[in-house]
Design a protein around this ligand. Structure first.
Ligand SMILES: CCCCC/C=C\CCC/C=C/CC(=O)SCCNC(=O)CCNC(=O)[C@H](O)C(C)(C)COP(=O)(O)OP(=O)(O)OC[C@H]1O[C@@H](n2cnc3c(N)ncnc32)[C@H](O)[C@@H]1OP(=O)(O)O
Length: 292
């Protein structure tokens, strides 16, 4: 069972906690991995590296999100860890964002369940007491970008194919207000206005310029850079940093928390529209045909 959205829910079939591997790492720390979320603990440093592993593109399916939420809850409650490095195990892709198949051809109850999980992962990451560093080692559109935006610091590997941004309008959908709030808090109102309306996906140099990421480094230096950034952040006393983080983020998170149910209803009615379903299906079809 896992605590999701303030209620205890049974994990869906296929997301069994029993399917986890729990072993001890070399430094004695408990290493745990679910099917799709690999955790590499460094207990001595107080850092856990989370590697997203939902091939081929780390799309955020309901099962994947549920595993990630459970993993974050465990780390948050384990005093061994003060920092998380969030990265990908899928070559060339950080995350393709929300899984379009969860938003196409399903029923309203499914859409509601899915959206609650999307809200939950955002709240967990955005309000985490730990230091979160995103080591973005691949393309990071839409929900992938959002996950990175929740982090305290973003390092992007220098590869022109690794574009990052909230491209929802290109799919004929709209970034919800809390995606927008997170982006505005990161790059400012004017840049967010332009980026959101045009659905811009920024290559590394532009992402750095606009402030979407904090650093661009050669691909082989991404993990070492994330580690060195982490040690800088961990040098700050936890209580002072955590209270400051909360002061900076609480209003944005509360905006969603207060309207959570209404936001779910909005999503369900929006995504259920025939015209939106059609746009998403066309987009998915284009993705599939790209290869042929
Ligand atoms: C007014 C009230 C409003 C209320 C709220 C309303 C609206 C809702 C807002 C919802 C928000 C959504 C945010 C999102 O995250 S939507 C998802 C957006 N994601 C994308 O646009 C990325 C699409 N993917 C790509 O661009 C590329 O796949 C790539 C990530 C750059 C990787 O490229 P490549 O390595 O070439 O891989 P392929 O393109 O060949 O893909 C392989 C495989 O994976 C499938 N796939 C890709 N992305 C997704 C996805 N997001 N979901 C599901 N499946 C995906 C792709 O179709 C291929 O499948 P096949 O192997 O079966 O062909």
């Amino acid at each position: 069972m896992a605590l999701l959205a303030g209620r205890t829910v049974l994990l869906r079939a296929g997301v069994r906690l029993g399917a986890e591997a729990a072993t001890r790492g070399g430094n004695g720390a408990r290493r745990f991995a679910s099917h799709r979320v690999l955790v590499e603990p460094d207990a001595a440093a107080g850092i856990a590296t989370i590697k997203l592993k939902n091939p081929p593109v780390n799309s955020l399916s309901l099962e994947f999100l549920t595993e990630l939420i459970i993993c974050l809850e465990k780390l948050e409650n384990d005093k061994t860890f003060r920092g998380i490095i969030l990265t990908s195990d899928c070559p060339g892709i950080f995350s393709a964002g929300l899984d379009l198949r969860e938003m196409c051809g399903k029923n309203p109850a499914h859409y509601a369940e899915y959206w609650r999980a999307v809200q939950e992962i955002w709240l967990k990451l955005y309000l985490s007491n730990m230091v979160l560093v995103a080591a973005i080692n691949g393309a990071s559109p839409a929900g992938g970008c959002l996950m990175a935006l929740t982090c305290d610091y973003r390092v992007l590997a220098d590869n022109p194919r690794y574009r990052i941004g909230l491209n929802e309008t290109l799919l004929g959908i709209i970034a919800p207000f809390w995606f927008k709030d997170n982006l505005v808090n990161t790059i400012g109102h004017r840049a967010a206005d332009r980026a959101l309306q045009l659905g811009l996906l920024f290559p590394p140099t532009e992402a750095l310029q606009v402030g979407m990421v904090d650093q661009v480094v050669p691909e082989d230096q991404i993990h070492s850079t994330a580690l060195s950034v982490m040690s800088q952040w961990l040098a700050i006393p936890d209580h002072a940093r955590q209270l400051t983080k909360s002061m900076m983020r609480k209003a944005t998170a509360d905006h969603l928390i207060k309207q959570r149910e209404a936001d779910i209803q909005n999503f369900v009615s929006f995504i259920s529209k025939d015209s939106i379903q059609k746009s998403l299906q066309v987009y998915l079809e284009k993705l599939k045909q790209k290869k042929h």
